[in-house]
Design a protein around this ligand. Structure first.
Ligand SMILES: Cc1ncc(COP(=O)(O)O)c(C=O)c1O
Length: 355
């Protein structure tokens, strides 16, 4: 009987929620995706690309990289495209971690980091967020011992929404100049906060981003790394030459060329929809942790009952199971109309079960 390596055999699988469910029939507030249909200009660009008989050719990246460098305001030599930012995380952990190393991350965290660390047999030191969901800065610093091979900062963190201050990030970069520090900026479009300005002084800084969230392209799988050119050239050695598919580039280019619709969506989400939702919870004395991005943790009296009720009424939110947040669900906010729909259903739930 052939066997995989023992540390892989002893890992649990990463199981996405709602396997087998037709999510397109629901209002999807569960995976922090863009909640609208892709814009017409993106669909038209994809259709046009297919009609031009281009998908039989391997992808080329140069043109898109120069577009992306203008958007991210860094040089093309500081960028590498990846198959979703999940692949960026995978490349980075493979590049930097080896047996005996420890990866430090604040917990609860986006689980892919720990899953990949386990796959390469590296231990993870998780430092718990504070009860208020603040970043545990002192405890985090204390956790960085000489055997730490990689520091991970998710800004803002998923699922807690916790933002990090740029001066805290800089302090970590400065104090641990010999340790690579990943700053995951999956939600950059929502916060407009980036560590890019620190790249020049801190070659140990590596930023990851994604087109899965505000850009409405989760199904196409496009992410990227921003780092100093030396690190980028090392990452090219371990990424497949054609791992990023050409359709993702077409859609991303259309989004970067005509940013009006995704920017308007982000603006509506952050300045109208999220405040509306916060107000709704406040008025009903339901605890929630607003976070810095377009999603939040909610702590109803009976989480499982609330999640089931929402699902029965066509709305998906994500129950959380990690310590500290095991009684919450995470939901993202869509546009105002969708948030009002959520509020109407949740109001009915409160009247029926929670009064
Ligand atoms: C913090 C964070 N990083 C990375 C990702 C992965 O995104 P993707 O692989 O779709 O680019 C996610 C997705 O939810 C996330 O929340």
């Amino acid at each position: 009987m052939i066997q995989v390596k023992s540390h892989i055999a002893s890992m649990g699988p990463y199981s996405p929620p709602w396997t087998g469910l037709n999510r397109s029939q629901y209002l999807r507030l569960d995976l922090n995706e863009n909640t609208l249909d892709p814009p017409e200009h993106v669909k038209a660009a994809l259709k046009n690309y297919i009609d031009q008989n281009r998908i039989q050719m391997y992808p080329e990246y140069e043109n898109f990289l120069s577009k992306l460098s203008a958007y991210a305001q860094v040089d093309s030599s500081q960028l590498i495209l990846t198959n979703g930012s999940d692949q960026a995380i995978e490349l980075l952990l493979h590049a930097f971690l080896e047996s005996g190393h420890i990866m430090v991350i604040a917990r609860p965290e986006f689980p892919i980091f720990t899953q990949i660390a386990s796959a390469i047999n590296v231990s993870v030191r998780g430092v718990s967020f504070e009860k208020s969901m603040r970043f545990p800065f002192e405890a985090f610093m204390d956790a960085i011992t000489p055997d730490v091979g990689l520091i991970v900062l998710i800004n803002p963190n998923n699922p807690t929404g916790t933002p990090l201050e740029l001066n805290q990030i800089e302090e970590i970069l400065k104090r641990y100049r010999n340790i690579p520090v990943i700053v995951d900026e999956a939600y950059y479009e929502y916060t407009q906060i980036t560590s890019c300005g620190l790249l020049e002084n801190y070659p140990n800084l590596i930023i990851t981003r994604t087109f899965s969230k505000a850009f409405a392209m989760a199904g196409l799988r496009l992410g990227y790394v921003i780092a100093n050119p030396e690190i980028i050239s090392q990452l090219y050695k371990i990424r497949g030459p054609f791992d990023v598919n050409s359709c993702s580039l077409i859609a991303a280019q259309a989004q970067l060329d005509c940013p009006e619709s995704w920017k308007a969506y982000v603006e509506e989400t952050m300045t109208r929809s999220k405040p509306f939702l916060e107000n709704f919870f406040k008025e009903r004395r339901i605890r929630y942790f607003p976070g810095a991005a377009h999603f939040m943790l909610v702590l109803p009296q009976n989480r499982d009952q609330a999640v089931s009720y929402l699902k029965e009424h066509g709305i998906l939110v994500r129950p959380m199971f990690a310590p500290l947040i095991e009684k919450t669900f995470r939901m993202c906010v869509g546009n105002l109309e969708q948030t009002q729909e959520f509020a109407a259903v949740f109001e009915k739930y409160l009247q029926e079960f929670d009064s």
